[in-house]
Design a protein around this ligand. Structure first.
Ligand SMILES: C[S@@+](CC[C@H](N)C(=O)[O-])C[C@H]1O[C@@H](n2cnc3c(N)ncnc32)[C@H](O)[C@@H]1O
Length: 273
């Protein structure tokens, strides 16, 4: 039940008025299709981050795990090595193609991929309940309450959501480029409040994260970031100027260090009944 503030409506408003709205306007998956290779390249370099996340999830060799918005399998693959099976859901064919390549490289065979948006998944038809449901930096749905209710219904034991607290990990770069001053819609606080309105009183853990990206040159950094952020040439000038100020020379490379606060929201199924 919504209180004085309707958090789900507030979420929708922020989501629709953010420059990331384009991910909702484009055909499902196409935004991440264009970024899949780059994302895979950079995220697979940051295994430590994935290990830190996975260490927080209670896993068991008998468990089945559902990964909502699994992407390239950054979490799904190491998790699959510890559990009975993983179901990876993602609307991006490009991200799932990388996941399948990564599975082959790592000799993992117990992941089933479903190429759909979470909104289009029907519990009981597409999937059965899993012991553990996770979603890491993938909750981009417009109706968050509906998405969270389906995650709760799909879990037999626990749900874990990973996102950011405050601004996300680009250290405000996106906001600087676009002159965006609104609060970041990916902030964990909206999810907690939406859950609270659903009578799910979730646990929250927040920690400092550091993310490091290395480039051979300023040109390479600009090209990669321009692609990631889908920037026009006018904004590219701004990006170049900004990157030239923040990239640090280290060991023959240009290093971009970004700090953020990571958040994990988690709850045990039926803990509040
Ligand atoms: C930033 S990536 C994160 C991937 C992975 N969970 C990780 O932590 O590395 C976001 C992923 O969420 C997926 N995604 C976006 N909207 C989605 C939706 N409506 N349903 C399911 N997945 C979605 C994207 O396709 C993309 O693969």
């Amino acid at each position: 039940m919504a209180g004085i503030i309707n958090w789900n409506e507030l979420w929708k408003m922020l989501r629709l008025s953010s420059p990331w709205r384009r991910t909702l306007d484009e055909p499902a998956g196409s935004f991440w299709d264009r970024r899949a290779k780059r994302f895979n390249e950079s995220m697979m370099q940051n295994r430590e981050r994935a290990e830190k996340q996975i260490a927080k999830i209670a896993l068991n060799p008998e468990y089945t795990v559902l990964d909502v918005g699994a992407g390239t399998g950054r979490l799904a693959i190491p998790i699959a090595k510890q559990v009975k099976s993983v179901t990876a859901i993602d609307p991006s064919r490009g991200m799932l193609a990388c996941l399948q390549e990564n599975m082959e490289k790592e000799g993992v065979e117990n992941i089933t991929c479903i190429n759909k948006r979470w909104e289009d998944i029907e519990l009981g038809a597409d999937i059965e309940p899993h012991d553990v449901v996770i979603a890491s930096h993938s909750l981009a749905m417009l109706d968050m309450q509906e998405a969270l209710a389906k995650m709760n219904a799909s879990a037999k034991k626990c749900v874990y959501i990973f996102t950011f607290a405050g601004r996300w990990m680009d250290g405000g770069l996106w906001e600087k480029i676009h002159g965006e001053t609104r609060p970041s819609w990916s902030d964990y606080i909206y999810l907690c409040n939406i859950l609270h309105d659903m009578s799910i009183y979730a646990n929250v853990e927040i920690w400092d994260s550091e993310y490091e990206q290395r480039y051979k040159s300023l040109d390479e950094a600009v090209t990669k970031m321009k692609e990631m952020y889908d920037l026009t040439s006018e904004k590219e000038r701004f990006l170049r100027e900004h990157l030239s100020k923040i990239l640090v020379e280290d060991d023959g490379t240009l290093c971009l260090k970004r700090k953020s606060k990571s958040a994990m929201i988690w709850w045990k199924k039926n803990a509040h009944e």
